[in-house]
Design a protein around this ligand. Structure first.
Ligand SMILES: [Zn+2]
Length: 103
């Protein structure tokens, strides 16, 4: 997957368009990611029998599909498409705009 945990991404569609955040969780199997502060949903938590959870409103970050975000390049600080550079060490991601190596 082109996006990994720890990357900074910018949302390019939906209500959170233009917002940036850090990827907390990447789920390659479903091509989804969870981004800090993006797509926050409020969920009403009911009091449960075991009393371990506080009742009230909790905020959770919903997963979003990788196609809804672009990687923000650490070199040029712009949302960019990801390219690959292949060397003896393996494949590395590069910014398609400034060719900065992302990792
Ligand atoms: Zn760049």
């Amino acid at each position: 997957m082109k996006i990994k945990a720890g990357d900074t991404v910018e949302v390019i569609s939906g209500n959170d368009r233009g917002m940036r955040g850090t990827v907390r969780v990447a789920m390659p199997r479903t091509q989804q990611i969870i981004v800090s502060g993006i797509k926050v949903m409020r969920k009403h938590q009911r009091r449960t029998a075991n009393m371990r959870t506080e009742p009230g409103i909790i905020e959770i970050e919903a997963p979003l599909h990788v196609s809804n975000v672009m990687l923000v390049c650490p070199g040029c600080n712009q949302p960019t498409r990801v390219g690959y550079e292949v060397s003896e060490d393996g494949k590395r991601r590069i910014c398609k705009k400034c060719e900065e190596v992302v990792d």
